[in-house]
Design a protein around this ligand. Structure first.
Ligand code: PAN
Ligand code: ZN
Length: 192
């Protein structure tokens, strides 16, 4: 019974390293060997240690997955690194309930939030500490680290959004973020 009680939330963000502390927290780690298919240069991917951590996600799911009207919180950390000339990045997805939106915000490091609409137009928003990103419905999204430190990004999304990874796994985004002359450039890459 919490009536008239002053209580603490079960989860905190540790502001020194932005990790989530509390219970329950879901922790996911994506290593290169699991996700090497997302990168263009498979030979370059094969030359890096298979257990290289590309990104991690800590999430607080306060209600069961699929609940209508709830929210989830996550902190994503994309490590610095490249496969050939392509920066380390997340798998990327659209939401299974495709009309569900999401907020991202930059916490540490420099990156690009790649966004793609249903017509396969792809663009990028610059991510930096304090940047705020509204990912509208029907927009596929992927985080890319273009800096030499960890890219840390907060996210909040509806608990009934779900994730659709299949389409991106099959067709990719219509562009890749490649380093050319020391700068990140979106280069067309259409498999559809
Ligand atoms: C984020 C992402 C997170 C990892 O929490 O899930 O950055 O990216 P992938 O899910 O593409 O591997 C989010 O967008 N949730 O909806
Ligand atoms: Zn999402």
């Amino acid at each position: 019974m919490t009536h008239l009680k002053l209580i603490k939330s079960p989860v905190e963000i540790k502001l020194t390293d932005f990790t989530l502390n509390g219970d329950p927290i879901l922790f996911q780690r994506r290593i290169l060997s699991e996700i090497s298919d997302i990168f263009l240069d498979h030979q370059a991917a094969g030359m890096l240690p298979a257990d290289t951590i590309v990104y991690t996600v800590q999430s607080w799911l306060p209600v069961p997955e699929g609940t209508t009207g709830g929210l989830f919180y996550g902190t994503s950390t994309v490590m610095p690194g490249k496969v050939g000339n392509e920066y380390f990045m997340t798998k990327g997805h659209s939401h299974a309930k495709s009309d569900r939106a999401e907020f991202y915000w930059g916490i540490q490091g420099q990156g690009i939030l790649m966004l793609m609409d249903r017509q396969r137009n792809t663009w990028g928003e610059e991510v930096f500490p304090g940047s705020l990103h509204y990912i509208g419905s029907n927009i596929a999204h992927r985080l890319v680290n273009i800096s030499d430190e960890n890219l840390i990004v907060g996210a909040c999304w509806p608990s009934d959004a779900g994730h659709n990874y299949e389409e991106i796994a099959k067709y990719g985004f219509s562009a890749r973020l490649i380093e050319i002359d020391g700068k990140p450039i979106l280069v067309p890459d259409n498999k559809k």
